[in-house]
Ligand binder design. Sequence first.
Ligand code: BTN
Length: 245
Amino acid sequence: IGNKIIDFDTIDSTNSYAKEIAKEVLHGTVIISEEQTGGRGRMGRSWTSPKSEGIWMSIILKPDIPPMEGMKMTQIAAASTCWAIRTVTGLEAYIKWPNDIVIDGKKVCGILTEMAGELNKIDYLIVGIGVNVNIEKFPVEFRDIATSLVIEKGEKVDRRTIVIELLQQFEKLYMDYINCGTLEKSLAIIRNYSAVLGKSIRILKGNQELRAEVIAINEEGLLRVRLEDGKEELLISGEVSIRGS
Ligand code: BTN
């Protein structure tokens, strides 16, 4: 992972570019840009990616696994990013399942995993990671929900060091998954630094809002919740928001 890194000064979206070249490049190729003019988030949202103030990157993966397993790459990315932020900055970063990293309840990183292939085979996976590193100030409407490493730490943070730690950790956790077929090592991090485990959360499903207690993150990395009526359910994905935040 990261043996080949393609870096840009500016680009629309590293995920979109990764998709264009994915077929022609090797597994593990990384695209990184100083700035994105059309950064994409989940659910069709846009992702603000100001110049030199964050890590805007995409990892191209070509694992020989069933498409159903593809979303596990998001878990590996969340675990490695959370771990790298903690190691480099000492900040108390937590993973808000399935793909956000938060500090102090505010989002500092988002992950967008996209997949191409057929029913029984993955052609490639793009894992897009956006980390707000040195963004000093957010627009008023984001101040309660977004933060950056510089805001939390009170001093600038070196983006390079985080990228290196992140990719090294990603490689380790990815290889562990490929060799063992389980998410064991990633799950240890995900459970240890979970922002939702044991908490009361709101689940947004379409336009339905449910309240639930998170009781476990299972072996597959799925969230086991207990709904208000006492029924238990496994959440595969969907928008999860922690109550009170
Ligand atoms: C989200 O939380 O909605 C996911 C945000 C993902 C942002 C990253 S930045 C690098 C990569 N390229 C994109 O266009 N998006 C992802």
